[in-house]
Design a protein around this ligand. Structure first.
Ligand SMILES: NC(=O)c1ccc[n+]([C@@H]2O[C@H](COP(=O)([O-])OP(=O)(O)OC[C@H]3O[C@@H](n4cnc5c(N)ncnc54)[C@H](OP(=O)(O)O)[C@@H]3O)[C@@H](O)[C@H]2O)c1
Length: 309
């Protein structure tokens, strides 16, 4: 477990943790928060990648308010080590950005690129049939994806709750979601209703839904049971994350807990097929990380605009 130690912050300094910050949108979120004066803990599961990202930001910005710490959101020991580090250094956490994400699919990148699918067809699901042959979603992809995108976020949120409660500002939690997780994209009405039943929703219900998905996947019944057909694992991981966001927001009314689709951003996650850059994609998450007092909580945003779950 490694870290590069910070200068001691003043009590007025806001402190943020960004997961999966060594590249892509997480790196841009880190840069933008640091530019706004927040002390940001840039985390990465790979130490070398994290330190190299930190060094490039420090060269570019000449700021000392970015710190590196190792974090693998799938590893409870790694999460506990980060909690201990933040507790010793800051005694609180003001902003948690759950950005780390896994695609839930193995892709023939060259084959997919060769199809020249436009962004609209890709995002709307119109290209769903054409891309099937180039995207493989295995049981093992599902385990990793759910453990990162849903359980990883839950692991981080639960572990940091005591420190988030110490934030005098009312902590902000931002969960990086996706259009793919929107309820309207799930063909089966009953599945949609289960994820949308905010009065009764709890972690057990979400996790039972994920188990049902895994069972249906094993039996090759995803389509017939009405789960999403385009990148189904990733989609349901984000639907589960959205539902979790609503639970945490309801349970902790003193905090601001939201989830956001950052836009279709050109990163490794979508094989650089995205249409906006990472700086643009970071704008929504950064806005929510710094959402003013009495601002929204328990909401879903598409970039910077509030939207329907
Ligand atoms: N790009 C888009 O168009 C888009 C659209 C909607 C939502 N999102 C969401 O935005 C977030 C960031 O995506 P991105 O496009 O920036 O993807 P990316 O460039 O592929 O970056 C993903 C990041 O997550 C990290 N990560 C994966 N598993 C991890 C783990 N177990 N522990 C810690 N870090 C882990 C990766 O670390 P390594 O470098 O070690 O692999 C990497 O830093 C994701 O949650 C994604 O679902 C992206």
């Amino acid at each position: 477990m490694g870290s590069i130690n910070p200068e001691q912050p003043t009590s007025a300094t806001l402190c943020a943790v960004v997961t999966g910050a060594n590249r892509g949108i997480g790196l841009a979120i880190t840069r933008q928060l640091a530019e706004k004066g927040v002390t940001v803990v840039l985390t990465s599961r790979n130490e070398m990648h994290g330190i190299s990202a930190l060094q490039s930001l420090r060269r570019e910005l000449n700021f000392s308010n970015i710190i590196f710490h190792q974090l693998d959101v799938q590893d409870p020991v790694s999460v506990a080590n980060l909690v201990e580090f933040i507790d010793i250094q800051f005694g609180k956490l003001d902003i948690l950005v759950n950005n780390a994400g896994a695609p839930g699919a193995s892709v023939d990148i060259e084959g997919l690129k060769g199809l020249n699918i436009d962004a609209e067809s890709w995002l709307s699901g119109k290209a769903s049939n054409i891309v099937q042959g180039f995207i493989r979603c295995t049981y093992s992809d599902a385990l990793t994806c759910f453990d990162t995108n849903y359980y990883g976020c839950k692991r981080m949120t639960e572990a940091f709750l005591p420190l988030l409660k110490c934030s005098t500002e009312g902590a902000r939690i931002v969960n990086l979601s996706s259009l793919r997780g929107e309820l309207k994209r799930i063909p089966n009405q009953k599945i949609r209703d289960n994820f949308d039943d905010i009065e009764n929703l709890n972690e057990e219900i979400i996790e039972n839904m994920l188990k049902r998905f895994m069972d249906d996947m094993k039996d090759d019944k995803l389509e017939s049971r009405g789960w999403p057909t385009t990148v189904p694992i990733y989609s349901i991981s984000k639907t589960a994350l959205n539902a979790y966001t609503r639970i945490i927001a309801k349970r902790h009314p003193q905090m601001y807990v939201n989830c956001v689709h950052p836009g279709f951003v050109k990163t490794d996650l979508n094989f650089n097929m995205g249409i906006i850059g990472t700086e643009e994609g970071a704008k929504g998450p950064v806005m929510l990380a710094l959402v003013p007092a009495n601002g929204p909580s328990g909401c879903y945003f598409v970039q910077t605009t509030i939207s329907e779950y």
